[in-house]
Design a protein around this ligand. Structure first.
Ligand SMILES: [Zn+2]
Length: 340
């Protein structure tokens, strides 16, 4: 397992200090699987201001399509050959087709009736139920023999900085034969790694991270938690790898509880940094992808300038897909470890 880094140093003269020389270091890290690069730079204290949530959320219930008075009236229904009852329902959770589909089988799962749930109130039991319910949907699709029932993906945009246009907590869930870019690159690179090394990258990564401990947060059941070596988020990424699981359909109810427990610890620590928004994706193979392990990536989302509403994604990230992280993932791990 190679953790490659290219160290850089910038020299500048500072007029406020009689043109004293200042040296500023940065580094470029290569993702050990795909070689994707990430820059660790602009070192700063990872602390942001949370907004006035009352002002942010106030009034959004009146037009929210996911609130209980509307979700059963205005959201679309599945055709009878997929989900005969139209919308899936479990307690107050609902799954219905995404009116703006990303793929043939593209749905939305609502966490429940509550319109706004602060990040620290996303309890493990709530998240575990929602993930389990999403899996119920995937199994129903799988049982129809649909040709798109290949990769079963959960995407989570939580709160507006993450790309969510609706406050009401929900998951984007879809089944697709077309793996999204980074997942496809990981699947291909994992296959190459197994062909070249005769072992599974994800097992080797977990073993290495556990051994060095530099980025390893801990283990819950068969989930292994760590900060990513070459993160995509400005405040790092948290990676959870599932032992022995290749795909979303391999996960058990206990796995979902363990995933939810880990996520809630991570959220509690990021909350202390003033973070209140994140993306979380499932990365899945198929049931026969022995070279792959199911994993999820949690990436906190924030602003470069909160005052101006400047998002944490600029040209470097958006057009070059070159990410920037404002602290070393090993330091972020030490902060997050306090809650683990
Ligand atoms: Zn709502």
């Amino acid at each position: 397992m190679k953790f490659e880094v290219i160290k850089k140093e910038t020299v500048m003269m500072i007029p406020q200090q009689e043109m004293a020389e200042r040296r500023i270091s940065s580094e470029i890290r290569l993702d050990p699987l795909t070689g994707r690069t990430a820059r660790i730079c602009h070192f700063m204290n990872l602390q942001w201001e949370k907004p006035d949530f009352n002002a942010l959320v106030s009034g959004t219930e009146s037009w929210c399509p996911f609130c209980p008075d509307k979700v059963h009236a205005i959201t679309p229904c599945f055709p009878k050959n997929l989900i005969p009852e139209g919308r899936m329902q479990k307690n107050d959770m609902v799954i219905f087709p995404n009116i703006a589909p990303y793929d043939t089988i593209s749905a939305v799962a609502i966490y429940g009736a509550r319109h706004f749930i602060p990040m620290t109130e996303l309890t493990p039991s709530l998240m575990a139920s929602a993930f389990g319910f999403a899996q119920d949907f995937f199994r129903r699709i799988e049982n129809t023999g649909h040709p798109e029932s290949v990769y079963h993906i959960v995407n989570w945009n939580y709160m507006p900085p993450s790309g969510s246009s609706i406050i009401h907590p929900h998951l984007q869930i879809f089944s697709s034969s077309t793996a999204p870019n980074l997942m496809r690159q990981e699947l291909e690179a994992s296959k190459r790694y197994m062909d070249n090394h005769g072992s599974c990258f994800w097992e080797d990564l977990t073993a290495t991270e556990m051994k060095t401990g530099e980025r390893y947060l801990g283990r819950i059941g068969r989930t292994h938690w760590m900060t990513a070596y070459a993160p995509m988020g400005v405040a790092g990424d948290v990676l959870a790898v599932l032992e022995d699981a290749r795909c979303t359909l391999d996960l058990t109810a206990q796995d979902f509880q363990d995933i939810a427990a880990g996520l809630s610890k991570v959220m509690a620590e990021y909350d202390k940094m003033g973070i209140y928004s994140f993306n979380m994706n499932f990365f899945t193979g198929t049931g026969t992808d022995d070279h792959f392990r199911f994993h999820l990536l949690f990436s906190p989302r924030t602003f470069f300038s909160q005052k101006l509403g400047t998002p944490d994604v600029g040209a470097l990230q958006f057009l070059f897909n070159e990410s920037i992280c404002l602290a070393h993932p090993e330091e972020i791990r030490d902060t997050l470890k306090q809650g683990f």
